[in-house]
Write a protein that binds this ligand. Structure first.
Ligand code: EPS
Length: 360
């Protein structure tokens, strides 16, 4: 199973083409739309989301509501479709693909920014939300949430938080955190940053529950599950760091405190861990590139969005003179939205690994 996306931010729409999706699965379009709407939300979004109301059209690959094994085309129409009349920009924004992309493809900035835009993540969320419907059959639940906004960190959610508890708490937070009681202070901080013309990033965490032992491989570098997840997450716009389990903190932790002691509980034989229980999960559910039956834990660091009200120093590409960046509109904080994206790219990757384990 794999997918590709196509489309531009202000073109006709965004498309995801999903190949090798298992046949015979009843597809619920409303579950994809729910995820698209969640991606559009989250406190800190800008004016564009007031224009768009994302909803998927499934153009191919279904028969009488069920997947057929044929390629599935997911189509999300753009309302703000004006790519050919949108103004040209000649000052590349530091942090965006503007400069490197326009030099690489020998094109003006406009067609580069249109494709590099995070609008593309609507297609990735649609593909992930489709994959989740297959994962549900195996009892696999993927839950993404926000851990920090800028320098404001929330407590580490306990490892024994059940998927239901986690999702219930996350769904009642405007910032998609599992501590909705802290929403007010986080919103206040986002407003303060926005009013000063700036933008802010943050940390996202995703937990995957119910993954059986055996996804990925220790036999070849490019088959390792942690490597696959890192590639999927790192490719999300604005992500600059990925951690699994204890991540960077593991470098400061001694071996005796790092590694999760192995116990056995016959009563849990029928669970994904096959009874091999752990009191801690510093490995984040992956050892030797293979899922070990514990929940998979991945974190992503998102940088602040590079389109700022407060101009940044740049160069006019035509005159080569110093010139500040120009501003039309942007999000102040898209970390909650990115948590939906990271959740769904991880869901797709887990489904992909599960499908290849099933069929090969
Ligand atoms: C983006 C710029 C903004 C964001 C956009 C990503 O779009 P616009 O230039 O139309 O205001 O809103 O994200 C989305 C449209 C979306 O749906 O997430 C960018 O430059 O990456």
């Amino acid at each position: 199973m794999y997918y590709k996306t196509a489309g531009e931010s202000h073109g006709q729409g965004i498309l995801a083409l999903v190949e090798n999706f298992p046949a015979g699965l009843e597809i619920d379009k409303s579950k994809i739309d729910q995820e698209l709407q969640r991606r559009q939300g989250g406190y800190g979004r800008g004016g564009r989301q007031k224009i768009e109301t994302d909803s998927v059209e499934i153009l191919t690959g279904l028969w009488q509501g069920k997947s057929t094994g044929a390629p599935i085309t997911l189509w999300i129409r753009n309302r703000d479709c004006r790519i050919n009349t949108a103004p040209e920009i000649t000052q590349p924004r530091p942090g965006h693909a503007d400069l490197a992309g326009s030099i690489k493809y020998a094109l003006p900035i406009r067609p580069i920014l249109e494709r590099a835009s995070a609008r593309e993540t609507a297609g990735r969320v649609a593909a992930g939300a489709l994959a989740k419907q297959w994962l549900e059959k195996f009892g696999i639940i993927v839950a993404g949430f926000v851990r920090t906004i800028g320098s404001l960190s929330l407590p580490t959610p306990p490892n024994d938080l059940t998927p239901d508890e986690l999702l219930q708490r996350r769904n009642s937070s405007e910032l998609y955190t599992v501590y909705p009681e802290h929403d007010t202070v986080l919103k206040w901080r986002i407003d303060e940053i926005g009013n000063s013309g700036d933008t802010v990033g943050g940390v996202i965490e995703v937990r995957v529950f119910g993954v059986p032992i055996g996804l990925g491989s220790c036999m070849q570098w490019d088959a390792k599950l942690d490597g696959k997840l890192a590639q999927a997450v790192m490719s999300v716009q604005a992500v600059k760091g990925v951690e699994i389990g204890l991540g960077f903190e593991s470098a400061r932790t001694l071996g005796s405190a790092m590694h999760d002691p192995i116990g056995y509980d016959a009563a849990q034989q029928q669970t994904p861990s096959q009874g091999f229980v752990r009191k801690t999960n510093n490995a984040g559910g992956i050892e030797g590139g293979i899922s070990n039956g514990q929940p998979i834990i991945v974190r992503a660091a998102m940088k602040p969005i590079p389109t700022l009200k407060k101009p940044l120093d740049s160069i006019d590409l035509i005159s080569k003179q110093s010139m500040p960046t120009i501003y039309e509109r942007s999000d102040v904080c898209a970390v909650p939205a990115a948590s939906v994206v990271v959740e769904n790219v991880i869901a797709f990757e887990i489904a992909r690994q599960l499908e290849s384990t099933h069929t090969h």
